[in-house]
Design a protein around this ligand. Sequence first.
Ligand code: GLA
Length: 384
Amino acid sequence: MTKLELQEKFRNRFHKEATHFFFCPGRVNLIGEHIDYNGGKVMPCAISLGTFLAVAKNTDKKLRFHCLNFPETAELHLQSSYTKTGKEWFNYPLGAIHQLLQDDHTVSGLDMLFYGNLPIGAGLSSSASIEVLTMFAINELFQLNISNTDIAILGKKVENEFIGVNSGIMDQFAVAIGRKDKAILLNCDTLEYEYLPFEIGDYVLAIINSNKQRELADSKYNERFRECGAALKLLKRELSVTHLCDIDPVIFESHKHLIKDPELEKRAFHVITENERVKLAIIALQNGELEKFGELMYASHQSLKELYEVSGRELDVIVEFCKTYSDCIGARMTGAGFGGCAIALVKKNSFEEFATKLIAFYKERIGYEPAVFASVIGGGVGSL
Ligand code: GLA
């Protein structure tokens, strides 16, 4: 969507001109899944798909939300706080505005037109994208001087407190500070980060949307969050640690008897071994050992499937196909799971054939088609 096209849509809707235009990407996570709320390291990157916003201030003290992707709209009086209403899309930007108001920032009336080209609710962080986009836009419009890191922190608060999902910081952080062709190595405990060159030579990072509706994803996610907290509490009886990711596999082995519940033990074991995989993945990427990186992706998927139990038949079928395709060297589900997307490292020259064969394989087993596309690693939120 170009700025010109956005302006035209804005004019049709509001009968005036938009004054500012912004874009915020979505993200994929290369490795380190369900790690952010356990204090470890993750490796996401921003992608070129995302959410657009055209906006202008108004003087009638109204917040108007329109989105080209949804029929639902909202027009609300400017208030000092808001609460979530139903499950509509505009709760995300509304939550972002609510959060800024809670932090004593003042905003005027706004006419807002959103458009997203990210598949919605597919695990590519469409919600973090719209939250961070809204805050970034208001930050620019009213010169609030909030850093992108703080926007990410506030975005997480929106998700946790306004939307009601106990998610970690990874998604908001990735879309706020992403950089073209770079993976972000984020320490979710300290929020220190660095950019790693994502140099994959003859390969392409494929994104495969399972097109499976993510039912009950939020409640299952919150369940995993609680399970990790419960396992940590038990381990803390003997270990002086703050997060599950502070524990290495050897220490875990000698203390896992404290957990007793086999479900909780599996969850903790995933977290602790996934955190180790991230460390190995950093070395593999730095040494250009893509095949090693790919193996770690497969191992991550296996652990998410069997220990953390957040995959599902659709994502498993995708990874099963990838393992049989010789020009694919690694694949895994990405994001929260329970449906959504997988990623795969595929030889550039074979990408078309890979996509065709995967679609047929998946359709035969699942009954409908996945969407397969080659991703472009893009920059973070910004003005258009
Ligand atoms: C979702 C959450 C993130 C993270 C991932 C799993 O995307 O929003 O905070 O926990 O799931 O890694």
